[in-house]
Design a binder for this molecule. Structure first.
Ligand SMILES: [Zn+2]
Length: 406
């Protein structure tokens, strides 16, 4: 057993502890608290906290970093992304896999220990396992005008099974992309598959752009134009005439085990509905800005008491996978939300949403010793506020039961 002593310990499950300690054995937390024992090893002017959780990213798109320019128009961003992806038909091309590997390493170096990774190809599963990064991989399906949704789901299920999953470290389930790219029948088939499997969490992009809202209300607008351009529009689809949240709850897709990503366009009624259903709302504020859909109403999310998590989204729409940088943007947009709640979102809320709360998300006895130490200057009094003010990877060190390693 080793006991580490630090200026600060942030259990997340409780308030920060000044001059705290954490005791670790066999890769697990065995004790945490104030009044460190005599033999505790001092690790200095740092805050010990649980590894951060990135609840939404697409590692397989890492090779598109800085290749899709920031946009004032979401649809232009989508058009460029789709053109680039269609020009790269081999999902296992070295350029794609190498970029994903570097992205995983970058996420880890900035303190992330668990990710919710969205993948169309499942090429990232092996990379995550190799890197020892815990993950829930969402095998994402699209199909707005497909004829055999059950067959598509069956195929995807077989592929997920074949990806040789290690239930502890990397899990896989199916997920629909978004209401404008998935038909009602495909939503139903995915829901049936997710329900049939344990650890059955799922995710969906929802309420990202104003065009999506227009499409669902009236069946018109730029999203429709883009779908027509891509040759995937369906003439049999009828606009439901409701908000994105109402639409997916009427389809029976939303529940407490769904991570709803973005919500930039959500209003009071949507938030109340999500709260009632227990879904987690994953906000990716830096990506929202990059793709030109505006700012998420974060203060309203928290005021509605919805479970909020954060994600970086992919490197095609964000500068880096540093979750601390995402917290800076969240702090800027939501100055009234206490730093403690933002940190809870980036750790325990997200770990719970992904179904990893037994091991991740907080410093509590029995959980896995996936802990980081963040350098904190001596004079800092409000450590939580400091941690959402911008932490660079060089201030982050990983801890484990054997001591410290960079
Ligand atoms: Zn996304």
């Amino acid at each position: 057993m080793i006991t580490l002593r630090a200026d600060w310990v942030l259990p997340i499950a409780g308030p920060p502890v000044r001059n705290g300690f954490v005791a670790l054995e066999h890769g697990r937390i065995v004790a945490v608290g104030d009044r460190p024992p005599e033999d505790a090893v001092p690790i200095g002017h740092v805050a010990i906290l649980p590894a951060l959780v990135n609840a939404h990213t697409h590692l397989e798109l890492s090779y598109l970093h800085e290749r899709v320019p920031p946009s004032g128009s979401f649809n232009d961003w989508v058009r460029t992304l789709m053109a680039l992806r269609r020009g790269h038909p081999d999902p296992a091309a070295p350029v794609i896999l190498d970029a994903a590997k570097r992205a995983i390493a970058q996420a880890r170096a900035s303190g992330t220990g668990l990710v919710g990774d969205v993948s169309n190809t499942l090429e990232t599963v092996a990379l995550l396992r190799e890197a020892g990064m815990a993950a829930h991989v969402f095998h994402e399906l699209m199909g707005f005008n497909i004829h055999d949704p059950a067959g598509k789901v069956e195929q995807a299920r077989a592929k997920a099974q074949a990806a040789s999953v290690d239930e502890r470290g990397v899990r896989i389930s199916l997920a629909p992309h978004a209401p404008y790219s998935v038909s009602p029948a495909l939503f139903a088939a995915i829901r049936a598959d997710v329900d049939a499997h344990p650890n059955g969490v799922s995710t969906v992009h929802l309420g990202e752009s104003a065009d999506e809202v227009e499409l669902l209300r009236y069946g018109t607008g730029m999203t429709r134009t883009v779908l027509e351009e891509l040759g995937v529009w369906s003439d049999t689809w009828c606009p439901p005439g409701v908000s994105p949240v109402e639409y997916l709850s009427k389809l029976g897709f939303l529940n407490a085990r769904v991570l709803v990503v973005h919500g930039v366009q959500f209003e009071g009624g949507d938030l109340a509905r999500l709260k009632a259903m227990g879904s987690t709302l994953v906000s990716c504020p830096r990506s929202n800005r990059y793709v030109g859909v505006g700012e998420p109403p974060l203060e309203a999310f928290y005021a509605a008491d919805v479970s909020v998590a954060f994600g970086t989204d992919s490197l095609a729409s964000v500068a880096d996978l540093n979750m601390f940088a995402e917290l800076v943007e969240a702090r800027r947009i939501a100055p009234q939300v206490p730093a403690r709640r933002l940190l809870h979102s980036a750790t325990l809320t997200a770990a719970r949403a992904l179904g990893f709360e037994r091991d991740y998300g907080s410093i509590e006895k029995g959980k896995c010793a996936a802990l980081i130490a963040v350098r904190v200057p001596d004079q800092v009094d409000d450590v939580e506020e400091y941690l959402v003010s911008g932490i660079e990877p060089d201030a982050v060190t990983w801890l484990d039961a054997g001591g410290m390693h960079a």
